[in-house]
Design a protein around this ligand. Structure first.
Ligand code: SAM
Length: 457
């Protein structure tokens, strides 16, 4: 199979492959790069991405190393096309996401812009980045609330997702967690149905979301690695064609995780077994029988947590705990550039410090008054001139005093370091409940273990 660009993007951009255009720090645009169609060769440039930073024909972004900066092109709108909407790029206001909505125009389809030639123009630029789960989370089309990077990185670590693991996920939603989890478990594409490679079994009961997600998985070449099923897991459980996916780890982002939990047992839950029936009979567990299984449920309300924990206890889950990720991104910058220096009174003066600036002004005025009151040598300087020259005189005075008293400090231009929290960081706060279901241990397991690692006599 063609390898997913999320897993092995290669060194350069490729036609038909997903790329993430970074228009500004937080404004990302996922696109599929298209080659100019042969039909229009020598006439149309092909698809063009129009942004406030300029026009970017796909052809200028193809076969370049990932991470390349792409300069805007002058796109000739010609008599048949419309004029480019936006004027010169204003890099100073790059974070203005509202205004920054790009338009992608496929000229071959719409003939909106008749382009003879794209001429390099260095006034605007963007970067072309390889798709990663983190960038996808920031740029994917939202169909639901999504799990953000600070949460899923911690979750994947806690449920011990690693290359070769099998994960059950429900519901799939917008696929944010799916992309992160498939990268965590990826260790090659399976060559047959029996081939045990890292895999994600994802479930979604909303039909439209299921279809959109299915298409996305195909577009991202993740079909063989993510098995998406259209199902209500509260009623239908997690088996695939009656067989166990043998999951090592589970992630539930559902409104009622406690309704899904009975399907994630090793044995038929007692309350589902008929009287006198062996709870293990006629029941297939979706879990890996040879490993302890790790689970995480993701719920916004504490009431949901309570019900989930209660169901987990009844069903034999252990090591239950709850975590809330309170992620804070700190933005550290220097204050506005300032000029600080020490006066003859040893005061550090900064233009940002009003009180000290006033003190400094008072000093200057004082000197000006003194100077004006002094008998003039040549009678040339009146009070006005004294006022004008006040600053200069004060500086000379400062120099003199600092030579005598504290050494005059070299002015420096660095502002103070300021650290601010970024309140707008996206993280959907939810409570994460973690638990472990130990593996079952039979007489045969014990005998096999003893044969392998004899102990005692
Ligand atoms: N984790 C996803 C992501 O990162 O994009 C978001 C999941 S979204 C919050 C919850 C999803 O669960 C919704 O798409 C909803 O349709 C689905 N869902 C709710 N109940 C379900 C059920 N009983 N069976 C399967 N899916 C269900």
């Amino acid at each position: 199979p063609t390898v997913s660009p999320f897993l092995e993007p290669g060194l350069r951009t490729k036609p038909s492959s997903l790329a993430i255009l970074q228009l500004s720090r937080d404004n990302l645009l996922p696109i599929y790069l298209q080659e100019p169609s042969g039909e229009h060769d020598g006439y149309a440039e092909g698809a063009v991405v129009n942004t406030r930073y300029g026009s970017f024909p796909h052809s200028t972004m193809l076969n370049v190393p990932w991470g390349s900066q792409i300069r805007a092109s002058k796109v000739d709108t010609g008599s048949r096309g419309r004029k480019r909407k936006r004027g010169p790029r204003d890099d100073a206001s790059r974070d203005d996401a509202e205004e920054n909505q790009p338009e992608t125009t496929d000229n071959n389809a719409t003939e909106a812009i008749g382009v003879k030639q794209a001429v390099a123009d260095d006034s605007g630029f963007i970067h072309v980045l390889p798709p990663t789960p983190e960038l996808w989370t920031q740029s994917l089309p939202h169909r639901t609330q999504v799990v953000y990077t600070p949460d899923y990185s911690y979750i994947l670590h806690r449920i011990r997702a690693r290359p070769g693991s099998t994960i059950i996920e429900a519901g799939a939603g917008s696929g944010s967690f799916t992309h992160a989890s498939v990268r965590a478990v990826y260790n090659g594409y399976p060559s047959s149905a029996e081939d045990r490679k890292g895999k994600v079994f994802s479930f979604e009961y909303h039909e439209e979301r299921y279809h959109k997600m299915k298409k996305e998985l195909t577009d991202h070449n993740l079909d063989g690695l993510v098995h998406l099923t259209h199902r209500d897991v509260y009623n239908g459980g997690f088996l695939i064609d009656g067989k166990s996916p043998e999951a090592d780890a589970i992630f539930l982002d559902l409104p009622k995780p406690w309704e899904a939990l009975p399907h994630l047992s090793r044995r038929k839950p007692q309350n589902q077994a008929k009287e006198g029936e062996d709870s293990a009979a006629e029941w297939t567990s979706p879990l890996n029988p040879k490993r302890a299984v790790h689970i995480c449920t993701f719920s916004p309300c504490i009431e949901q947590v309570t019900r989930t924990v209660s169901a987990m206890r009844r069903l034999g889950w252990v090591d239950i705990d709850m975590v809330e990720i309170a992620n804070r991104k700190l933005h550290t910058i220097r204050d506005r550039v300032g000029l600080h220096y020490q006066t003859d009174r040893g005061v550090n003066v900064s233009p940002h410090d009003v009180e000290e600036a006033l003190e400094r002004l008072a000093e200057i005025e004082e000197r000006v008054r003194e100077q004006a009151a002094r008998p003039r040598d040549d009678g040339a300087e009146d009070a006005d001139t004294a006022m004008k020259n006040g600053d200069e005189a004060a500086k000379k005075d400062d120099d003199k005093t600092s030579a005598e008293q504290p050494p005059f400090q070299t002015p420096w231009v660095d502002g103070r370091l300021i650290t601010k929290g970024e309140p707008e960081i996206k993280t959907h706060t939810s409570y994460l409940v973690f638990a472990v279901l130990p593996r079952e241990w039979t007489e045969e397991d014990e005998a096999a273990a003893f044969a392998k690692y004899p102990c005692g006599k």
